[in-house]
Design a protein around this ligand. Structure first.
Ligand SMILES: [Zn+2]
Length: 172
């Protein structure tokens, strides 16, 4: 399966095709990732730190692909979607902010495919921007420059929280 690669600043909608993400443990050896062998793993024994990664099959742009993400993103997705629910057919809108170690994701829960979204646009306060508008505004502002220089600025974070957008740091 191809990997999901989200262009920064572009919102993508994806639908989960599995009940839960699968966790994998990887070592970085000879400039590539190799699977941890678990009990008695030779890489673990040699002192290599294993990295936790999550992956789930998604339906995106009319095709199936694998979205891989960090434990931090997983924790935030659980917060958004609920602890003990199936993710199958759940739709989310994901916007990536920044690149490399500064990568963060803004995730909006669109509800289950075919069902009513949790909140309708009519219930939103007047003047509430869409995710695209919020991210676009953030990218044009001084706050965004602060955000890409390091952590998301408190002002941007406060605004995103106010609009019930969850900012997910990619780093661990
Ligand atoms: Zn290992």
């Amino acid at each position: 399966m191809p990997w999901v690669n989200i262009t920064p600043g572009v919102a993508v909608t994806m639908k989960f095709m599995e009940t839960r993400p699968v966790v994998r443990y990887l070592h970085w050896v000879d400039r590539r990732s190799v699977a941890c062998e678990g009990e008695g793993c030779s890489f673990c024994a040699s002192g290599s730190v294993r990295k936790e990664r999550y992956g789930i099959e998604v339906w995106i742009n009319g095709a199936q692909a694998t979205w891989e993400f960090s434990p931090t993103v997983y924790t935030q997705l659980v917060t958004i979607l609920g602890a003990n629910v199936s993710w199958t057919d759940v739709e989310v809108k994901v916007t990536r902010i920044g690149v490399g170690l500064d990568t963060k994701y803004v995730v909006e829960h669109l509800g289950e495919a075919g069902s009513q979204p949790a909140s309708t646009p009519a219930a939103a306060p007047v003047g509430t921007p869409s995710i695209e508008e919020a991210v676009h505004a953030a990218m044009l502002s001084e706050e965004y420059i602060t955000a890409v220089a390091g952590a998301v600025s408190e002002l941007l974070l406060a605004k995103l929280l106010e609009w019930q957008v969850v900012v997910i740091p990619e780093g661990e």
